[in-house]
Structures are given as structure tokens and as C-alpha cells.
Design a binder for this molecule. Structure first.
Ligand code: 13P
Ligand code: SF4
Length: 305
């Protein structure tokens, strides 16, 4: 069944000169199907570089919007039009404008998990892989607004020593992981290294060994001598971790850490997406031009870590 679907998808991909990009939280079959898998930063770079005419984005809306902003001449497709990110929707452009009015001297850094309109109101964009470097590069005397993820924001405060103006956004998938989950897993596997995403809460971060984006987790595991890891992020990444490191064991901090929006994308929907060229993701030109400035800083100026 899957083989037939995959064969049809491959055929349509050739016909449309399409490329399939998938986030590390996608299901195993989507990650295996994709031409490129990665974290938000890696996928943004791929979206900007590819010479394909069509990008099928297996992820959530803000990722497809980012691809549309960086490659406006390409057709960007999101196979499920309802695959959104609740954290990205926790701040609107109007709310950000209000915040900017309260802090007129502040620079604005927005996490890539934000809408195109919020990016358009920001000076810099960042991902979890480069948030620390972006904030560190800003003039020391300048106040900085950081939206929307308060947990990533607190991680940046700790690493940079800067006093950021935070927004109370959060990722419901990462805040579901508790300190007790990590402690219980560590008790069972005392030799395991704990890799946690900076979107996790402070108590989880405090009992973890490394705080990494999903792409950084993959690189860390590949270069580590450790044979056992506890993974405190969305469980989809465990598929690729296992595939790339067959000699190591990867234990999810909790099986509850599943992003329902990421899991909306299925092989069938990828096929329909290529058959009907749906759902096209576009960003109005005025928003796109402003949002691109914030994204360019992230994609061009800072190297991938
Ligand atoms: P990264 O893959 O950039 O670490 O992002 C995590 C995330 O929550 C994406 O929605
Ligand atoms: Fe949004 Fe969290 Fe899902 Fe990522 S894992 S798409 S941040 S809800």
C-alpha cells in the first residue's frame, strides 16, 4: 500500500520538479520519504537554496510561510491546511505592535515559530539553534523584546546574561514534559545523557545535560560516545536518531510529547498535495518584504550550528 503511494508521489515529484522537505517531528514514513529532513533553521536554508519549482512542506504553517517568504517565486504547498502551530498563534501582529509601543527603544527578535505578520514587525528572526547568537550580536545598550516563546526566551537570558522583555507564549508539547519524567527516566537509565529542547520548562532544563535544537540533537548523538539518551522533545525525532545511530538507545522522556499538528501530514495527503497542487501557502508582498529582512539575518548572517 505504502509502496504504491510512494511510487505515485515520486512520479508526481518528477513531473512538477518538486522537493519534499520534512521537519524532524514528522512521522517516520514522511521523514523517510522526504528529500531533506531537518530543524527549522536547516529547512529554512534548504527552502532558500533549492532550485525546485514546487516545495512540499511537511511541517506546520509557519514553516511553509517561511519557505514562501524566502522563495516567493516557488509554489509552496502544505499538505494539510490545518497544520498550524498553537505557539506561533499566541501573539498577533497587533499585540506585538502594542508591546513595541510600550518599549519604543527595543529591538524585536521573533522566534521563527511565529506568523509572517509577526515576523514583518520584527527586526530579527531566530530559531532555537541560533537564538543565543542572534541576541548576543545585538548592541548591549539596546532593550530586546523576545516573542513568542517564554521558555526559549529564558534559555537565551541565561546563556547571554541579557534582560529580555518576554511574551508569555509556550509550546504545549514541550511544557507537557515534566521534571518528574526526566528524573524517573534517569533513575531507570542512570548512564543516559539527557537531551532537552530549549522550549522545555526551566525545571526540565535544570535536570537535563544538553539543551539543543532538534538538528543539534542529531549532530550531538552522532558525535557522542554515549550509548543511551533520554530525549526531551517531540517523539518524532527518535525515528531519525535510531536510524542514524543503530548502536545507541533513545528513550523518550515521555510518550505524551506528541505534536498533533505535525502529525496531520500523512503519505496520502502528500500525494493529494502533489496531485492538486494544494494547499498553496502565499504571503502578501508588503508582509513578505518586511518579514524577509528579519529572516535574512537568520539565514545569511549566522552559520548553521
Ligand atoms: P527546531 O526543529 O528548530 O528545534 O524546532 C522545534 C519546534 O518546535 C518546531 O516546531
Ligand atoms: Fe508548535 Fe510545539 Fe508543535 Fe513545534 S512542537 S509545531 S512549537 S506546537
Amino acid at each position: 500500500m505504502n509502496d504504491k503511494l510512494i511510487e505515485k508521489i515520486e512520479q508526481l515529484k518528477q513531473e512538477h520538479n518538486a522537493v519534499i522537505l520534512a521537519h524532524n517531528y514528522q512521522t517516520a514514513d514522511i521523514q523517510d520519504l522526504a528529500d531533506f529532513t531537518g530543524d527549522s533553521l536547516g529547512l529554512s536554508i534548504k527552502a532558500a537554496e533549492t532550485d525546485a519549482d514546487v516545495i512540499v512542506f511537511c511541517g506546520v504553517l509557519f514553516m511553509a510561510e517561511t519557505a514562501a517568504i524566502l522563495s516567493p517565486e516557488k509554489t509552496v504547498l502544505l499538505p494539510d491546511k490545518y497544520a498550524g502551530c498553537p505557539m506561533a498563534d499566541m501573539i498577533t501582529a497587533e499585540q506585538l505592535l502594542d508591546l513595541k509601543q510600550k518599549h519604543p527603544d527595543a529591538l524585536v527578535v521573533c522566534y521563527v515559530n511565529s506568523t509572517a505578520r509577526v515576523k514583518a514587525q520584527s527586526d530579527y528572526c531566530c530559531t532555537s539553534a541560533n537564538a543565543v547568537e542572534i541576541v548576543d550580536s545585538l548592541p548591549k545598550e539596546s532593550p530586546v523584546i523576545f516573542v513568542p516563546d517564554q521558555n526559549l526566551g529564558r534559555f537565551v537570558i541565561e546563556r547571554t546574561g541579557r534582560d529580555l522583555i518576554l511574551w508569555p507564549g509556550y509550546c504545549h508539547v514541550h511544557v507537557i514534559i515534566t521534571e518528574e519524567d526526566i528524573k524517573a527516566a534517569k533513575e531507570k537509565f542512570p548512564d543516559a545523557v539527557v537531551l532537552a529542547h530549549p522550549e522545555c520548562t526551566d525545571p526540565v532544563k535544570a535536570v537535563s545535560d544538553q539543551l539543543l535544537s532538534t538538528g543539534q540533537m542529531l549532530r550531538y548523538a552522532a558525535n557522542s560516545r554515549a550509548k543511551r539518551f533520554i530525549i526531551a522533545t517531540e517523539t518524532g525525532i527518535i525515528h531519525t536518531l535510531k536510524k542514524q545511530n543503530p548502536g545507541a538507545e533513545f528513550i523518550p522522556a515521555t510518550e505524551r510529547a506528541v505534536c498533533p499538528n505535525m502529525k496531520r501530514i500523512t503519505l496520502e495527503k502528500v500525494l493529494w498535495s502533489l496531485q492538486d497542487l494544494q494547499y498553496k501557502v502565499t504571503v502578501p508582498k508588503d508582509v513578505r518584504i518586511k518579514a524577509k529582512k528579519a529572516l535574512d539575518m537568520m539565514v545569511e548572517i549566522l552559520p548553521v550550528k
